[in-house]
Design a protein around this ligand. Structure first.
Ligand SMILES: *Cc1c(COP(=O)(O)O)cnc(C)c1O
Length: 486
């Protein structure tokens, strides 16, 4: 007889008290979906083991109910989930880059809840320009005549190149043909924008005369790209922004700088490594400067273009501008973030990205001291210590600079190299299975949880509160060696 016929009916499971309750919480459709999933799994498990000549017994009703509840939890869980970024990379692209300042969050909520004057001129009534929400602030903060914003900096570069140099040559140093990650490579972006790439100089050295020799009737633009995710050191030479601006202007073509990160405040004054500011590039004579909203600026994802009014007007008229435009939530968050730079005496306190970057190692160690004994009390297989480590800024910002920090270091105690590696994988997985997953970094045979980014009010407490669940996750992972599916 086919044992699969012994499986309970969907309605039998629906009548279980726990699943009746679940219907109240999640709705009948989702519960039925979970039941069908579990019954399907069970059916194929039974079929498999029959095929092997075994005489499998179907799971008990209670067990099936438990599996349905587990599935439900997974189905009901949002895909966008908060995590703890303890990787040591402060601006982590895969973890959403900059968390926003409270006023920016508040502005997004307001923009989400109510209609807003997005493209509406409240003084005169009638149509307005959405860029006006942020352009005057950007001009004030960078010294530029005009500004516009798009979806991200890759978009800003593409748009600026397309609007200013399509069908003509864009001249750039061979040392700056950057790849940022994914499909963002300067040569590809230039091709997509319809520009002819004209590379000059050598990888390590480019001189003013290289640019001068390349200037001609076909020249549309000189481009300088911030080499943000690597550094060329040793026998090097590049041409300054001031010099490039002079060469461009002598030939009546514009000079564009892709800054990448673009700090809006003096990093050196905050005790951080110097980072180029858009203001400096504008003062040096750049006609157009592009940078990201969510890197060192600490705002939402956006691409910011500042510069000469006539060029910004040309850029705004390009059809890609409409295709890349910012939505109202992002604009609201960007405006609020920019206001912090203008109005606050201490952006390093009010902009979370800056607050994390400027956090002292003494303060980070104090967080570690408070968490250490709890962390040490949880698992027998691992040794937990508080140790110095080095954070990095991330997202291609200041690629070679490191910030002194402290980490909780989880090091396997027992077994040979393979056993230790397995243990390490398991602890890493267990941290990811916590209600608010914790993402650390494997380094030198241990899991490092860099505590720099546990900095928002309540973060440390929330981290500590879920830590006792680690043991359960760690053991659950032992019991489920396959892929975590029941
Ligand atoms: C990060 C970066 C970009 C891309 O910016 P996104 O905001 O990620 O689109 C472009 N150019 C440089 C130099 C960068 O560092």
């Amino acid at each position: 007889m086919d044992v699969r016929r012994n499986l309970p009916a969907v309605d039998t499971l629906l009548a279980q008290p726990a699943l009746k309750q679940a219907q109240q919480a999640h709705g009948g459709r989702l519960v039925r979906q979970a039941i069908r999933l579990v019954l399907d799994n069970e059916r194929s498990r039974l079929a498999q083991s029959s095929k092997l000549g075994e005489h499998p017994a179907p799971c008990a009703l209670d067990t099936l109910t438990g599996l349905v509840l587990e599935h439900l939890e997974r189905l009901a869980r949002p895909n966008s989930r908060s995590v703890f970024n303890l990787t040591g990379t402060v601006i982590h692209t895969n973890l959403g880059r900059s968390p926003l300042a409270e006023p920016a969050i508040e502005a997004m909520v307001q923009a989400a809840r109510h209609p807003m004057a997005l493209e509406y001129d409240l003084e005169n009534g009638g149509r307005g320009d959405r860029d006006r929400l942020v352009a005057p602030l950007l001009c004030e903060l960078t010294g530029a005549e005009a500004a516009t914003v798009v979806n991200n900096n890759a978009g800003a570069v593409l748009l600026a190149l397309g609007a200013l140099a399509s069908g003509r040559e864009a001249i750039i140093s061979r040392g700056e043909l950057i790849e940022i990650g994914g499909a963002f490579r300067m040569p590809d972006i230039m091709a997509a924008a319809g520009c002819q790439l004209r590379e000059v100089g050598a990888t390590n050295r480019t001189h003013a005369k290289d640019f001068q020799a390349a200037m001609g009737d076909a020249t549309g633009l000189i481009v300088k790209a911030h080499t943000s995710n690597y550094a060329i050191t040793g026998f090097t030479q590049s041409v300054s922004e001031r010099e490039l601006a002079r060469i461009a202007h002598a030939h009546d073509v514009p000079f564009m700088v892709d800054l990448g990160s673009g700090a809006l405040t003096d990093f050196a004054a905050l005790g951080l490594p110097h980072e180029s500011q858009p203001r400096e590039a504008i003062a040096a004579g750049a006609d157009v400067v592009t940078f990201s909203g969510d890197k060192l600026l600490g705002g939402p994802q956006a691409g910011i273009i500042v510069g000469r009014r006539d060029l910004i007007d040309t850029i705004k008229r390009h059809p890609l501008k409409r295709a890349l435009r910012l939505d109202k939530l992002t604009l609201a968050a960007l405006e609020a973030t920019l206001r912090l730079y203008r109005d606050s005496d201490a952006p390093q306190r009010d902009v979370p990205t800056l607050a994390m970057l400027t956090r002292s190692d003494v303060d980070i160690a104090a967080t570690g001291e408070r968490l250490l004994s709890l962390a040490q009390s949880l698992l027998d297989d691992l040794d937990v210590t508080l140790a110095p480590c080095a954070s990095q800024l991330g997202s291609g910002s200041l690629p070679i600079d490191r910030l002194a920090s402290y980490a909780l270091v989880w090091r396997p105690l027992h077994g040979d190299r393979h056993a230790r590696e397995r243990c390490l994988k398991r602890i890493e997985t267990a941290f990811r299975q916590l209600p608010r997953p914790v993402i650390g970094r494997l380094h030198d045979g241990a899991l490092y949880l860099d505590l720099r980014c546990l900095h928002r009010p309540g973060d440390e407490e929330a981290f500590a509160a879920q830590l006792p669940m680690l043991k359960q996750c760690y053991q659950r992972d032992l019991a489920m060696p396959r892929d975590g599916q029941p």
